[in-house]
Ligand binder design. Structure first.
Ligand SMILES: [Zn+2]
Length: 335
């Protein structure tokens, strides 16, 4: 039986690229500023970390996203801090076997990163191609962030999909890039599923970093109907460590989310999407601390949770949560 600290980890979401592009003096190995700094990823036995290219919906968003894609590319080329780009099934398997390497793959959190509100959609698709050229493999695209954009409503709204949103889905058909429902409104999520079904599009849906609304009421968490849709469509659901989405008072609720998933059909879908980001410049004091102490660092959070879950789950279930569910999805998506 593997000890929890030896189980490999795949994580579906962090904001390391935002930190590196945004914060003066940021350093990829500064464990005091971000929970997913490289020494913490190594200590936590993270074998594949998804790096989000995030931007707000605002003028200049595509420049900002392009900068993050370039930073990703530089990290991939320089291979500093043992970071290795994972772009296909072969490099995925290598990363999972690697002793000291940390695999990384890019994703887009908010489609405003490739298409601004007032530019022709075709120009946006060209910018998307440019990002893909830089990062080589894009794991997923979240259409929106909190408020939404030309493609649809974000998680703080109740707006559904737009005509551009449907065109983006048509564009993604057969492209082997998942669509992430973690920042959509419920209405947009259901509209995305409906359009995929109606047009018989070949698009995988996932929730990269969202917990369960049945456990903690928050619009960033998934209502049960969406949980079941994602399970039914063989997607994955990444458990988010941010206190606001776990339970603002009780750190044990992180375990409740995970066990709820196992108890409600998500055994083949559940995974980690810890959502580490740089928060020292965040204005709202009620959000502090952003993470409970036991979840705040990749160096020990996954190990801690897997250790606590040992009395509830089998070794096989722990491994599904830690990496097997995501690895299986990637091998299917990328084949
Ligand atoms: Zn997010």
């Amino acid at each position: 039986m593997l000890s929890p600290s030896r189980i490999p980890i795949i994580d579906m979401h962090c904001d390391l690229l935002v930190y590196l592009s945004d914060v003066p003096g940021s350093l990829i190995d500064n464990v005091n500023e971000i929970g997913c700094a490289t020494p913490a990823l190594a200590q936590g036995n993270v074998k594949l970390q998804t790096m989000a290219i995030y931007c707000a919906t605002a003028p200049g968003s595509t420049d900002y996203a392009r900068l993050q894609a370039e930073i990703f590319r530089e990290l991939a080329i320089s291979k500093q801090d043992c970071l290795e780009p994972v772009t296909d099934i072969t490099s995925l398997r290598q990363a999972m076997q690697s002793e000291s390497g940390i695999g990384m793959v890019a994703a887009i959190e908010n489609a405003s990163g490739f298409c601004e509100e007032d530019e022709p959609l075709e120009d946006g698709f060209r910018k998307l191609e440019k990002i893909i050229e830089n990062v080589e493999r894009l794991l997923y695209i979240s259409f929106t962030h909190h408020m939404g954009n030309r493609f649809g409503g974000g998680n703080m709204t109740d707006r559904g999909i737009t005509r551009d949103g449907k065109m983006l889905l048509d564009y993604l058909h057969g492209r082997k890039i998942a669509v992430d429902l973690s920042h959509t409104s419920d209405a947009l999520a259901f509209d995305i599923l409906q359009h995929i079904d109606q047009e018989r599009l070949d698009i995988q849906v996932i929730a990269s970093h969202s917990n369960f609304r049945q456990v903690w009421e928050h619009n960033r968490n998934l209502p049960d109907e969406l949980v079941q849709e994602i399970i039914h469509r063989k997607g994955i659901i990444g458990m988010n460590f941010v206190r606001a989405f776990v339970n603002t008072e009780d750190p044990e609720a992180m375990l409740h989310h995970i066990l709820y998933g196992f108890g409600h059909g998500a055994e083949e879908a559940i995974c980690f999407g810890a959502d580490y980001f740089y928060f020292a410049d965040f204005p709202d004091p009620t959000r502090y601390p952003f993470y409970f102490a036991e979840h705040e660092q990749a160096g020990n959070s996954y190990t801690y949770l897997l250790g606590r879950l040992q009395q509830h789950l089998t070794q096989e279930q722990l491994e599904k949560l830690a990496y097997k569910n995501v690895q299986r999805l990637l091998e299917r998506l990328w084949s």
